[in-house]
Ligand binder design. Structure first.
Ligand SMILES: Cc1cc2nc3c(=O)[nH]c(=O)nc-3n(C[C@H](O)[C@H](O)[C@H](O)COP(=O)(O)OP(=O)(O)OC[C@H]3O[C@@H](n4cnc5c(N)ncnc54)[C@H](O)[C@@H]3O)c2cc1C
Length: 383
């Protein structure tokens, strides 16, 4: 059986970044993926992801967001492809929204450039925004935040990992991971391999794979939809200064992207989606009437001049944990198995930072950053 220092099960957002950092450190790495990343079958399809640093989901994420941003900027230096565009990101909602309070507090705690804006200030800056009467609304605007081009990020990490000597097997699903005394064996549909360390980071398929190593985790895959809508580029173009956004509304949390090079405004809803198994998911956009309606209704209310014709729609997968915090930890019975799972619809921005931290753990036995929020033994995962 061929032996590697590290085998990575799932070469997607997290796995490909880890594959690059590990191989750069001289580790002999095997990356295994069921598909051919980047692809649209898992959680990283759909062109773009937002990166915010002032973090409404909890200020504990901010150091990892800043580290990740620095690593994306480094990746940009090594790539001809666009990796990151500093569009700014505006989060807005009613004045008492806990997410906005936390985002502003995290900005203060970490000395970030973030502005607290009134409804009038937001309207003045971005004429495409409209606020329903119920307000008042406030905004948290981060000029240094922006948009990551997700396929370019994964493709560049893939190219660099291969240049550093990593092996990558695509269209090669892992069937089983087996713990041995000193080593771990990984079985694919074709072969078996041995490694000193294994990272399991198979996105929406993690629950099933982790059951194979006796870990029953409350990981819930969810079908998500995103749509690109025709928009007036004078109002919504990234070059004209329209930002990425996260909108906290009575009908749910919506997020979106300015029209980039005439792409139209892209929008999704964090709260909408169907619980599913990844292999049984309805892949086609528009099968359910709500796929388009929920998105166009949001635009009609909040950005009426971006609510034009649907140009394109796509489905994608979230993997939710009960508290929407990630799982990054070692296996309770084998600290040579690392688990990175449950990214709950907000993990991509951290993929570079998490890939780096998983590498530190394998090299030094511990991460550089405090990742205790993501431990397996927290209450939300054990009750
Ligand atoms: C619509 C949508 C919008 C989002 N917006 C944002 C955003 O704006 N900002 C943000 O930060 N995050 C966002 N996210 C979340 C982010 O994209 C995910 O958290 C992140 O991509 C998860 O990475 P992953 O590595 O866990 O999964 P993936 O990138 O899906 O990688 C998992 C890989 O494992 C492979 N795999 C599966 N089973 C096996 C197996 N048995 N053997 C081998 N390989 C296997 C898959 O083929 C896949 O390549 C969004 C997600 C969606 C769906």
């Amino acid at each position: 059986m061929k032996h590697y220092d590290v085998i990575i099960v799932g070469a997607g957002s997290i796995g490909m970044a880890a594959g690059y950092f590990l191989s750069k450190e001289g580790k002999r790495v095997l990356l295994l993926d069921a598909h051919d990343p980047p692809h649209t079958m898992g959680s990283h399809g759909g062109d773009t992801r937002l990166i915010r640093h002032a973090y409404g989901e909890g200020r504990a994420y901010t150091p990892l967001a800043l580290k990740s941003q620095q690593l994306w900027d480094d990746l940009q230096e090594q790539s001809e492809l666009p990796i990151f565009q500093k569009t700014g990101v505006l989060s807005f909602g009613p004045v008492d929204t806990p997410f906005l309070k936390e985002a502003l507090e995290s900005a203060k705690a970490h000395h970030l450039q973030a502005e607290k804006l009134t409804e009038a200030e937001m309207k003045r800056r971005w004429a495409g925004l409209q606020f329903p009467e119920e307000g008042p609304y406030i905004g948290c605007y981060e000029p240094d935040a922006g948009v990551l081009f997700v396929e370019n990020c994964i493709q560049t990490y893939r190219d660099l990992a291969l240049q550093e000597g990593a092996d990558l097997l695509t269209e090669t699903p892992v069937k089983d991971v087996t713990m041995r005394d000193e080593q771990i064996s990984v079985q694919t549909s074709k072969n078996s391999y041995i490694a000193d360390d294994v990272i399991i980071c198979a996105g929406a398929w993690n629950r099933k794979l982790l059951q194979g190593v006796d870990l029953m985790l409350p990981l819930q895959p969810k079908r998500q939809v995103v749509g690109w809508f025709e928009a007036n580029d004078q109002l919504f173009g990234s070059c004209e200064g329209f930002p990425g956004f996260s909108a906290h509304t009575p009908s749910g949390i919506f997020y979106g992207f300015p029209s980039i090079d005439g792409s139209g405004v892209k929008v999704g809803c964090h709260d909408f989606g169907q619980v599913t198994e990844p292999d049984e998911m309805v892949r086609e956009f528009g099968v359910y009437d709500e796929d388009e309606d929920v998105l166009s209704q949001f635009l009609k209310t909040w950005m009426p001049e971006a609510g034009g014709h649907l140009k394109k729609g796509l489905t994608c997968l979230y993997t939710m944990t009960p508290d929407e915090h990630f799982i990054i930890d070692t296996h309770p019975n084998n600290n040579r198995i690392l688990i990175a799972a449950g990214f709950s619809g907000h993990g991509f921005k951290f993929a570079s930072g998490i890939g780096h931290e998983l590498t530190q753990h394998i090299l030094k036995g511990k991460t550089e950053m405090d990742l205790s929020l993501f431990k397996l033994n927290r209450q939300a995962l054990t009750t």
